[in-house]
Design a protein around this ligand. Structure first.
Ligand SMILES: NC(=O)c1ccc[n+]([C@@H]2O[C@H](COP(=O)([O-])OP(=O)(O)OC[C@H]3O[C@@H](n4cnc5c(N)ncnc54)[C@H](OP(=O)(O)O)[C@@H]3O)[C@@H](O)[C@H]2O)c1
Length: 325
């Protein structure tokens, strides 16, 4: 029997329950992983609340983790029992001692990366890879705006931007978070609880605004984010921490400077084994040479997943959070 967290209805963190189930056997193209560490992500709260529909109920939860291969399907050729692996692209079910998933969603872990680091890094680091290198390919010397800079995705973005010579302005909700973002490479920070984000961006960019703005807060920041984008620049709206952006009047993009908007998702970038591996290689290289280090701000036992969710949604966490099976 193996423990996992599941939910049978949508709601607050109280819908999460710890259950024990027999270990599932992998199908021909699947692998069973014994998780050593599991990543917590904001998207997990969207599936739990029902903002994003899971394929069925009851449903497992979680898309990020790292561990050892325990069983391989008959058609899997590139992995064997005992391999150290990590994943960050689902399917749901990472919150458990065991996870069965398609072999093409797994990458082998370099020996230099520990399981905890990998679980804190895969989904979030791959997200930063595609956002900074593919959705918009940022260039040295550019000034960009990144919301929630002291969060899990945010701290990796701060470090990656610094490594590229990009000046990242990070928004945060407290002086402590500002200091953390700065220590991780943010060029400047804006504490939106006491400063006007648009005015500060105008001041920091000598009035020219940013060629690209990365916004994962959503509803609360949408309008102000558009005001921080330079004419013909891009707003990357990649999350809903404060709620989903709805009812957009496209005319506003013309009024604010012929702006572009995209709403990207990791699954459309890491959409093949080759793309996933290439993205992971770039991430692991930056970790290997020390330009990205993973800040694990919180660790919880798997059984306390509900507590971890509450901490994340009430903004108490910094950096990455992991669950330990
Ligand atoms: N599209 C994709 O491919 C993709 C992939 C991964 C993650 N994401 C998105 O990226 C964002 C960051 O994910 P994460 O797991 O690293 O979370 P996180 O950034 O560690 O936590 C979310 C942060 O958002 C800020 N925030 C602002 N308004 C909030 C509100 N009303 N409620 C809660 N938090 C609020 C808080 O920082 P402050 O206290 O500083 O405001 C909070 O710490 C999420 O929106 C997630 O959905 C998208």
């Amino acid at each position: 029997m193996a423990k996992r967290i599941q939910f049978s209805r949508h709601g607050g963190s109280d819908v999460l329950e710890l259950v024990a189930r027999p270990a599932a056997e992998p199908d021909p193209h699947e692998v069973r992983v014994r998780n050593r560490a599991i990543g917590l992500n904001f998207i997990d709260t969207y599936y739990r609340s029902g903002l994003y529909p899971p394929p069925s109920l009851p449903s497992g939860l979680g898309s990020e983790g790292a561990g050892e291969v325990e069983a391989v399907g008959s058609a899997v050729t590139h992995l064997e029992v005992g391999d150290r692996v990590a994943y960050g692209t689902g399917p749901l079910g990472a919150y458990g001692e065991l996870h069965v998933l398609p072999a093409q969603h797994l990458v082998k872990l370099p020996d230099s990366i520990a399981f905890e680091q990998a679980a804190a890094l895969m989904l979030k680091g791959l997200t930063v890879q595609y956002l900074l290198r593919q959705t918009y390919r940022v260039e040295a010397g550019q000034t960009i705006l990144w919301h929630a800079a002291a969060g899990g995705v945010g701290l990796i973005a701060c470090q990656w931007a610094r490594a590229l010579g990009v000046k990242l302005i990070g928004t945060v909700s407290s002086p402590d978070k500002a200091a953390l973002a700065k220590a991780n490479g943010a060029w400047a920070t804006i504490d939106y609880s006491r400063e006007d984000v648009v005015q500060r961006v105008l001041a920091l960019t000598d009035g020219s605004k940013c060629p690209v703005v990365y916004d994962s807060v959503g509803k609360d920041t949408w309008e102000r984010s558009l005001d921080c984008v330079a004419p013909r620049g891009l707003l990357v709206s990649f999350g809903n921490a404060s709620g989903a952006v709805t009812g957009v009047n496209l005319g506003v993009l013309a009024q604010k400077g012929s702006l572009y908007v995209t709403r990207p998702s990791l699954g459309h970038y890491a959409n093949s084994a080759e793309n996933l591996q290439a993205m992971a290689d770039e991430l692991f290289a930056l970790v290997a040479d020390g330009r990205i280090t993973v800040e694990i701000g919180q660790r919880y036992p798997l059984a306390d997943a509900a507590q971890a969710h509450d901490a994340l949604t009430s903004r108490q966490t910094t950096g990455s959070t992991i669950l330990l099976p």
